[in-house]
Design a protein around this ligand. Structure first.
Ligand SMILES: [Zn+2]
Length: 408
């Protein structure tokens, strides 16, 4: 409980400009707004009554646990599965609540927090983004646009998998401008969830992409979605890019040429759009490398692994060049950092690292393990794509007993 232990002084509470107008606009679209707060009713109800009239509100919600919210919705006769429901909020607690409810989420960033709050994480950009919201909004108008056009506002790969077109990517961390004004930017084009998530998450596509029997259809969908984003880059004249490349596959990677095959498909279309990009492989893995970045547990281990094993080929001249590099997944950004470091060491200027799938935080199910009563997590079988509940073992970063149950 953050607020409400003391008497609430309304004169010290500011509401966001446009908040009330937003609620009436959303109501006009057919939505019912509900306030879900971890604070005490003395605080929540006082504010709601003063500013929002008859909007219903849940206090002491205990986010991201879903139990109180589900009970509250039930008491209001709202069946979440039959509703077109969204969770909006400015912290990972809200986003993980929404994922636990399996509804789309909007992370709002209307202001910059002055202090970093440990519990709420407001202001902790990376942590909030990593919680994996469906959408990201900087204003009430952005939210209304999302509510009106849910498919076109998805991340570009997620939209592509739904037959829609979007050019939206997300920053997994703020852009980094160096002293000489050159830029390192990271972008992600879809979410790869762990545990519960909304219907737009495409983690099963990531697993299919990583299987030897992946479909050509999937590769074409990925290609077309990446191209929608690349078209956006080409339109933006503030940066002119010279080299387009990718993080190559190791000799032992299955499917062989996992990323290379997709890169070649994308390059065909890039070639129809611009002749000024030099599209080719410029990195290679150390021949003796026999592990994968994914197996390195900490970000520091991954940095060391990539630094020692990924080689910018001899004789490739990147001096003064702006480089775009594409990779299939993004966990902490360690690969992206080292790739940029290696390019810079050889004189490259701006570096844009684009990852297809962002591994977002695990969200546990509300279902409990019948053996040890810990919360279960929804997992996916890498080989066949089937979903199952897992009581996650410590060796997979859980604290459970290893019980599993298929989801039918
Ligand atoms: Zn268990």
């Amino acid at each position: 409980m953050k607020d409400g232990q003391k008497q609430t002084d309304l004169s010290r509470i500011e509401i966001f400009e446009g908040a009330r107008e937003f609620i009436s606009e959303a109501t006009g679209l057919g939505f019912q707004c509900i306030i879900v707060s971890d604070s005490h009713p003395k605080y929540v109800n006082t504010i709601v009554k003063e500013y929002f009239g008859n909007v219903s509100a849940l206090s002491l919600a205990d986010k991201p646990n879903t139990l109180n919210t589900l009970n509250f919705l039930r008491s209001q006769n709202i069946e979440i599965l039959d509703s077109n429901c969204y969770v909006l909020g400015d912290s990972w607690l809200d986003i993980e609540l929404g994922r636990g409810l399996r509804v789309p989420t909007v992370l709002t960033a209307f202001y910059e927090a002055k202090n970093l709050e440990i519990r709420d994480g407001i202001g902790d950009y990376v942590k909030n983004i990593k919680s994996g919201s469906t959408y990201y909004a900087e204003s009430y108008d952005d939210i209304l646009n999302i509510l009106r056009n849910p498919l076109q506002n998805l991340l570009c790969l997620e939209a592509g998998c739904r037959g829609a077109v979007s050019y939206l990517a997300r920053k997994p961390r703020p852009d980094d401008f160096l002293q000489d004004k050159s830029l390192t930017a990271h972008r992600i084009l879809a979410r790869q969830s762990q545990g519960e998530c909304d219907k737009y998450d495409i983690r099963e596509k990531y697993f299919e992409f990583s299987r030897t029997n992946r479909s050509t259809e999937l590769l074409f969908t990925l290609r077309d979605s990446v191209i929608a984003y690349i078209d956006r880059i080409l339109e933006d004249r503030s940066f002119l890019w010279h080299i387009f490349t990718y993080v190559p596959d190791k000799r032992t990677t299955q499917p062989a040429n996992k990323m290379g095959e997709l890169f070649d498909l994308i390059v065909e279309l890039v070639g129809q759009r611009t002749a000024s990009w030099d599209c080719r492989s410029i990195f290679e893995w150390n021949e003796r490398v026999n592990s994968s970045t994914r197996r390195q547990l900490s970000a520091e281990d991954r940095r060391r692994f990539v630094r020692n094993n990924l080689i910018l080929q001899e004789g490739v001249n990147v001096n003064g060049q702006n480089v775009i590099i594409i990779d299939d997944n993004y966990t902490t950004g360690a690969t992206a950092e080292i790739v940029a470091e290696k390019l810079r060491a050889r004189g490259a200027k701006n570096v844009l690292f684009i990852a297809l799938f962002h591994l977002i935080t695990p969200v546990y199910s509300s279902k409990l393990c019948p053996k040890c009563s810990k919360r279960l997590q929804v997992k996916i079988n890498r080989q066949n794509g089937n979903k199952f509940y897992s009581c996650v073992l410590p060796r997979y970063k859980g604290d459970g007993c290893g019980y599993t149950e298929n989801i039918v």
